[in-house]
Design a protein around this ligand. Sequence first.
Ligand code: NDP
Ligand SMILES: O=C(O)C1=N[C@H](C(=O)O)C[C@H](O)C1
Length: 231
Amino acid sequence: MKIALLGYGKMGKTIERLAEGRGHEIIFRITDDIEKYDLQKADVAIDFSVPDAAFNNITTCFRQQIPVVSGTTGWLQQYDDAVKICEENNSAFIYASNFSLGVTLFFELNKQLAQMMKNFPEYKVGIEEIHHTQKLDAPSGTAITLAEQILETSEKKAWKLDAVAEDELRITAKRIENVPGTHIISYDSPVDTIKIEHIAHSRDGFALGAIVAAEWLQHKKGIFSMKDVLF
Ligand SMILES: NC(=O)C1=CN([C@@H]2O[C@H](COP(=O)(O)OP(=O)(O)OC[C@H]3O[C@@H](n4cnc5c(N)ncnc54)[C@H](OP(=O)(O)O)[C@@H]3O)[C@@H](O)[C@H]2O)C=CC1
Ligand SMILES: O=C(O)C1=N[C@H](C(=O)O)C[C@H](O)C1
């Protein structure tokens, strides 16, 4: 595949290394005005950039029918508009707040555990995420996905960073040097605690998942998720 990278930071460089190892070619490393690039030369665009740039860059690709794999977090208030533009232009899109196989499995485990715990109100649920100090957004996109899954079965009304109200789901965000990404779901009762935890050891899992998603998306049209790709 000929890949246009939208964003060439920590994730862009990791994707470059792993994609070239799988025989793909990086034809653009875009970190500024996307209009300067001849996107028609690309088979797919992979977006790991910044919240302010993601929507414009992704939809510019859709308008040229270039399929997009996006992992950028913090721009999802515009996700529905991006989906609409993708469909209007008969293009293809996969978004995931976390592309790793481990977190895709963890999402399924989280849903099953939430379903089981809804009958045991003595357990108080909370989410903790830990990331490196350069991360722009808090809470992480992954923590928001986990929270939204829990809210589907819980009596809590909404998630909130550092929530204290009883009807809010508390997310705690910590920033520590060089941590690629850790997510913990805890159910605390007066007598014990149940925890599930996903720890990324590097960025390779995120990058590999995004490349596999891009390979899978070739010649497809429509809106997909990592569940479509992996299961
Ligand atoms: N879904 C997932 O699995 C994962 C998602 N992420 C998310 O991916 C995003 C990127 O993460 P990371 O690589 O660590 O971040 P970095 O800060 O390392 O990289 C961001 C990149 O975006 C570039 N950029 C800035 N403006 C534009 C623009 N207008 N168009 C295109 N690119 C631009 C920056 O360029 P410059 O430095 O020149 O400003 C830089 O190359 C974040 O939102 C993060 O949360 C991260 C890991 C996994
Ligand atoms: O910014 C990061 O680094 C990460 N961002 C994603 C998120 O916000 O969930 C995924 C991963 O946790 C790393």
